[in-house]
Design a protein around this ligand. Structure first.
Ligand SMILES: [Zn+2]
Length: 194
């Protein structure tokens, strides 16, 4: 077996642009190029990676979110996990990893948070679904949370918010601390599009 994966080690990696709720910057590359070890965007999840992932998820009760508490990308504020198999490594956002192990991360798929919680990794119709960039953008527009001009600020805001949310639930689910950190006191009002 490979050695235990430390997802926090992902913070030392070059940030990988990932589809979020905005369009990615023009000219961005999804393939990290300057790595000292081989990188594979198709490396399957290893049992160690799945174990490391699961150990960093805090579940709100009932129909609540499942929150990632591992590494968070300074670039976009989403969770990040890096795993290795032999000499090869792969980095994904935490929510894409959740879709990957649910066997829903096919080519062109982007994760869409119906619960408006960027750290949520619960693959569920009310939380995280496999979507397309176009559908994801339509949903963001309908929720009033898009605008390419404010993308950078939005990402910085999301990073700060994600750090606060992670700290709030680091010791286990805490509804009061989560509400304070996230600004989500209840499931957000979102339009029913589909
Ligand atoms: Zn959720």
């Amino acid at each position: 077996m490979s050695s235990r994966t430390d997802s926090r080690g992902g913070e030392s990696f070059q940030d990988v642009p990932l589809p979020g709720l905005e369009l990615p910057p023009r000219g961005s590359s999804s393939t990290p190029s300057s790595r000292s070890r081989p990188y594979s965007s198709t490396l399957p999840p290893t049992p160690a990676a799945i174990h490391a992932f699961s150990s960093r998820v805090v579940k709100a009760p009932g129909q609540g979110c499942w929150l990632w508490t591992g590494a968070i990308s300074a670039g976009d504020g989403y969770g990040r996990i890096t795993w290795r198999h032999g000499a090869t490594s792969r980095t994904e956002s935490a929510h894409r990893f959740a879709l990957l192990i649910a066997d829903q991360l096919t080519v062109g798929v982007v994760g869409e948070h119906r619960c408006n919680e960027p750290l949520c990794v619960r693959v569920d119709e009310g939380h995280l679904i496999a979507s397309t960039q176009a559908a994801n953008l339509r949903y963001a527009v309908a929720c009033g949370r898009t605008g390419i001009i404010r993308t950078l600020l939005h990402r910085q805001d999301r990073h700060a918010r994600s750090l606060a949310v992670r700290a709030a639930v680091a010791g286990g689910w805490n509804a009061v601390a989560y509400a304070r950190a996230s600004g989500n006191t209840a499931p957000l009002d979102t339009p029913q599009l589909f």
